[in-house]
Design a protein around this ligand. Structure first.
Ligand SMILES: C[C@H](O)[C@H](O)[C@H]1CNC2=NC(N)=NC(=O)C2=N1
Length: 97
């Protein structure tokens, strides 16, 4: 469980390691879009992300439309971005390596 919200400089530093992710409009989450070859590839990815979320005990807000997946990560308990969001985003990016 993350104990604190990241400050602006922590956020900036974290996002340097997450070049495909953006801070959302109100700076309470980080988000990224993914496009796959087809629905089954997108859903396979979502299944793997779901397993990661359970392992991290930290869960995404997400949308899927056919080959497209949108993921937003925020720490609901604190209403903003914490290290847990960053850690999960890094783990999600590793799925694509
Ligand atoms: C008790 C349990 O650890 C919490 O409810 C976890 C579960 N998954 C979570 N996921 C997200 N995104 N934010 C949270 O605050 C959160 N809290």
């Amino acid at each position: 469980m993350a104990d604190e919200l990241l400050n602006a400089s922590d956020l900036k530093e974290a996002l340097e390691n997450l070049p495909e992710w953006q801070l959302d409009e109100d700076k309470t989450g980080i988000q990224r879009e993914f496009t796959f070859a087809d629905f089954s590839q997108a859903f396979a990815f979502m299944t793997r992300v779901a397993m990661l979320a359970e392992k991290h005990d930290h869960h995404p807000e997400w949308q899927n439309s056919w080959d497209w997946v949108f993921i937003r990560l925020t720490t609901d308990d604190l209403g903003g971005v914490t290290e847990q969001d960053v850690d999960l985003a890094l783990a999600i990016d590793e799925l694509l390596d």
